[in-house]
Ligand binder design. Structure first.
Ligand SMILES: [Zn+2]
Length: 308
């Protein structure tokens, strides 16, 4: 997306907005220039991206990412696992009458679909760490969030463990999602999720991903099906990403927590008046803000923020 739009919506440091912040009033990003917000027609279109596939074809604006070839364990490459799972998934979706296709790392500019899944496997340096995790983009639309929830439900039903609290800024700000930074990214109106199936470094995860890609494709298929059961192409509002007004830490300061719960670990503390830029929200008055030092999102509660 263009600098003009970033300026318009104050993505980076709209400090003036903090002064007039109204907590909990999101500004929907309708009518972004260059992107059409119209109901899709024809067969349900599904983009499945094997993570890091054809990464060398990234355009110049993403040149520094061409070396992002993914994790590896010996000669076993994440890319091959992602590709095996994605191919099975696309075949099965097409057999069910959907219009599914593989999407390379260089996402066609403004790619619009009923849903998009980027399929990955995680790092190889931690034998003890295992499990899946997934996330929608920053500032997700209602449909992106619902897609992530449907996928998480399918993974839970599979019995595989979750890598709790493992979602990183690189997942949520994945370059393929980053329409505000790049032309070669999804349309902001495409519901999207990035899935890390498991860890290459963990013997169990690795063996299952290598030997049974159909198992993972089956989980993803379940997630897609249950998402689509509730989808309504004409509900355009549900496709619009949500941008929050800036907030600031209240007179007593604010705590940044690992999850939206007072019982979860405090990862950062903010002095009174510190400007914070929410990137997501959760029920009960919680806002997720991006922590630059921690390279992840942390959760603050409205009771510790300055209101109107
Ligand atoms: Zn990856």
């Amino acid at each position: 997306m263009t600098a003009a739009v970033i300026g318009l919506y104050g993505f980076a440091g709209a400090r003036d907005a903090a002064a007039m912040a109204t907590i909990g009033v999101p500004e929907p990003l309708r009518g972004l220039p260059g992107y059409s917000l119209e109901a899709l027609e024809g067969p349900i279109k599904i983009g499945i991206q094997p993570g890091h596939w054809r990464i060398d074809e990234l355009p110049d604006e993403q040149a520094r990412l061409r070396t992002s070839t993914g994790a590896a364990f010996g000669s076993l490459r994440e890319l091959d696992l992602n590709l095996a799972v994605s191919r099975i998934l696309v075949d099965r979706l097409n057999a069910e009458g959907y219009a599914a296709e593989l999407v390379p790392a260089a996402v066609p500019a403004g790619y619009r679909a009923d849903l998009f899944v980027s399929v990955h496997a995680d790092r190889a340096d931690r034998p003890d760490r295992r499990g899946w995790k997934l996330s929608p983009p920053w500032r997700p639309s209602a449909e992106s969030r619902r897609l992530a929830e449907a996928m998480a439900e399918a993974f839970r039903a599979s019995g595989l463990p979750e890598d709790q609290g493992g979602v990183t800024a690189n997942m949520r700000g994945y370059f393929g999602f980053s329409w505000w930074r790049f032309s070669n990214a999804l349309s902001p109106y495409t519901p999207a999720v990035l899935v890390e199936m498991g860890f290459l470094g963990n013997p169990e995860d690795r063996a299952r991903m290598r030997d049974n890609p159909a198992f993972y494709a089956g989980i993803l298929l379940e997630g897609v099906r249950s998402f689509l059961e509730e989808s309504d192409r004409d509900d355009l509002d549900a496709l619009v990403p949500v941008l929050y007004r800036g907030v600031s830490a209240g007179p007593g300061g604010a705590a940044g927590r690992a999850s939206p719960s007072f019982g979860s670990a405090v990862l950062e503390r903010y002095p009174p008046g510190r400007y914070l830029n929410p990137v997501d929200s959760s029920e009960g008055g919680w806002f997720e803000v991006f922590s630059r030092p921690l390279r992840r999102g942390v959760w603050v509660h409205e009771s510790e923020l300055d209101g109107e």
